[in-house]
Write a protein that binds this ligand. Structure first.
Ligand SMILES: CC(C)(COP(=O)(O)OP(=O)(O)OC[C@H]1O[C@@H](n2cnc3c(N)ncnc32)[C@H](O)[C@@H]1OP(=O)(O)O)[C@@H](O)C(=O)NCCC(=O)NCCS
Length: 218
């Protein structure tokens, strides 16, 4: 059955290796369980908000609440789209994309994580490429931004391999101390040079208005 009032739930991004989909309730609880299982070595902190080291069940609940908040706060002027990453029917992590004033700025920001046992298999690169296809080909973005701490080698390598350029740094409090994240910027022309033709976006037309006016080019 189609989601007449929330057509976003029909959105899919499919690559040969994985699907991205807005998580339903079963997916959300799967994501909460993955967060409990572990996303990173607790000695380090890849995220700006340090939710991933909360004790159980606060960590799992923070996953649920973060997703519910994304739906509750959604507006065409400010949206945060969390997408479950599904490999062979199994939820393995999340790839989010968000924007403010997208109709005017046509800029997106992203964040992601995978449960540790699914890391280092190329899934992180594939899910970022899928998100970029949604943003550039589907929504008509002009620029995508990302950020990572310099010691997050996998995330840094993904950004550089997909064509992002270094775009300065930002200050943060990380585990109680001052730290800098690298800011990455991917302009549309550089994405076009690397554009993939094996990624498909489905169900976007029905929810296009939820993203503000957008310029579909796929
Ligand atoms: C960041 C993350 C999503 C990357 O996903 P992934 O599936 O592990 O990454 P991939 O397997 O696609 O690897 C990407 C690149 O990093 C390299 N890489 C992977 N793990 C690495 C590691 N532990 N150390 C160094 N390099 C690594 C890969 O060789 C690959 O490099 P290449 O493109 O030059 O071949 C995942 O590791 C993760 O969830 N980490 C914890 C949460 C996090 O850091 N989120 C992002 C916050 S900015």
């Amino acid at each position: 059955m189609g989601h007449r009032y929330w057509p976003l739930f029909e959105l899919r991004v499919r690559t040969p290796r994985l699907d991205l989909r807005p998580p339903d309730e079963a997916d959300l609880f799967a994501l909460a369980a993955l967060a409990a299982e572990g996303i990173h070595d607790p000695a380090t902190m890849p995220f700006l908000t340090e939710w991933s080291v909360l004790p159980s069940p606060r960590r799992e609940r923070s996953v649920l609440q973060w997703h519910w908040k994304a739906w509750a706060d959604w507006s065409p002027d400010k949206w945060d789209l969390p997408l479950a990453v599904v490999v062979d029917g199994e939820v393995v992590g999340t790839q989010a994309v968000h924007a403010e004033q997208f109709a005017v700025l046509r800029s997106v920001y992203s964040g992601s994580w995978l449960v540790q046992r699914w890391q280092g298999k190329g899934i992180g690169t594939e899910m970022r490429a899928a998100m970029l296809h949604l943003a550039f080909a589907g929504l008509g973005a002009e620029v995508a931004f990302s950020g990572a701490y310099p010691d997050n080698e996998a995330s840094v390598r993904i950004s550089r391999s997909l064509g992002y350029e270094d775009d300065g740094w930002e200050p943060h409090v990380r585990q109680g101390a001052a730290a800098r994240s690298i800011r990455f910027r991917l302009e549309r022309a550089r994405w076009e040079e690397r554009r993939r033709h094996d990624i498909v976006v489905e169900g976007l037309d029905a929810c296009r208005d939820m993203f503000g006016h957008s310029w579909g080019v796929s």
